[in-house]
Write a protein that binds this ligand. Structure first.
Ligand SMILES: [Zn+2]
Length: 311
């Protein structure tokens, strides 16, 4: 009797759910593409990092949490376990002659929520071998970790570009992972490393801009093509929810808190006035948009790009 009841229940449940579609539980591919003048830009998603509230300096945890909740951002936990999920983005620029990757993401240095850059470059239609130049904003693990896998270069045909001071700082830093030092030194020794300074032109229409503070010589990259301007600003912001509302807030990751703050404030004041398009490593994917100063108040508003086909 029990068996019959069980069989009938299974039959009943099967009928009930027979036309229910199976959920896919997968996201759209991790890239977003647009044109900046004649240059094709592809945002490449590496993954996300979980930031605790005490990452933010110059605000209390309650203030930071309130700013985050106001934006309905992706969070988990509460109290000491509260975490904000921030994007890790890299950018691929096709100039028609060069395929330039700005930062390499985390590779396998940061756990399962990150390290998708190589896969997403492939999904976007390119191969790692197609990359001719890799340009770094700075050498933190979430930016340099994807340069090698198992000690071997992921982008075998690329030359790397790093700010001179940034490169020497990390190569001589005892806390910097030996595997990162090894791969960077191999590029250096094989003459596949070009030293950058403020204002260095990488190719026509793309030049480095020193934006120091987050690291000793953190760089941004200005892309000028066909009358359009894009600033790839690296790690000027970690959590737009908190630092757009109050640009004075710094993070535990900043090398020089005061310099990081001054750089961010000056840059935000400038780009909110001149309408420069921004690409950020830790702005919500695809990390592209504009900045507007808040009407009648302090701080700024982030205006993300909208989806549109390229034709
Ligand atoms: Zn970063």
């Amino acid at each position: 009797m029990k068996k019959i009841v069980l069989l009938l229940s299974i039959l009943f449940i099967s009928i009930l759910y027979a036309d229910t579609a199976k959920m896919q539980k997968t996201q759209v591919l991790g890239y977003y593409r647009f044109m900046a003048g004649n240059y094709e830009i592809t945002s490449i998603y590496d993954g996300y990092s979980n930031l605790a509230l005490d990452t933010y300096k110059g605000t209390d945890a309650a203030g930071a949490e309130a700013s985050i909740k106001k934006e309905y951002s992706h969070v988990s936990g509460s109290g000491k376990d509260f975490r904000l999920k921030i994007s890790v983005n890299t950018f691929l620029i096709n100039t028609g002659k060069d395929l330039i990757l700005i930062d390499t993401g985390s590779g396998n240095s940061a756990g399962p929520t990150m390290g998708a850059v190589r896969k997403n470059i492939e999904m976007s239609g390119y191969k790692p071998e197609d990359v001719t130049k890799i340009v770094f904003t700075h050498l933190h693990p979430d930016h340099v970790g994807g340069l090698a896998e198992g000690g071997k270069p992921v982008y075998p045909n690329a030359v790397i570009y790093v700010n001179e001071k940034e490169m020497e700082f990390w190569l001589n830093n005892p806390g910097f992972k030996q595997e990162f030092k090894d791969i960077l030194n191999s590029y250096k020794n094989n003459k596949k490393y070009k030293a950058l300074k403020d204002g260095t032109e990488i190719v026509t229409g793309i030049k480095g801009v020193l934006l120091p503070g987050h690291t000793i010589a953190h760089m941004g990259y200005e892309v000028n093509s066909g009358g359009q301007k894009l600033l790839i600003w690296g790690d000027i912001v970690h959590g737009y929810e908190v630092q757009f509302a109050n640009p004075d807030v710094t993070t535990a990751y900043d090398y020089d808190q005061n310099q990081a703050k001054e750089t961010r404030k000056a840059l935000m004041a400038k780009v909110s006035k001149d309408g420069t398009m921004i690409a950020g490593s830790h702005l919500p994917f695809p990390g592209i948009g504009h900045i507007e100063s808040n009407a009648g108040g302090a701080g700024y508003r982030w205006i993300p790009v909208q989806y549109i086909p390229l034709d």
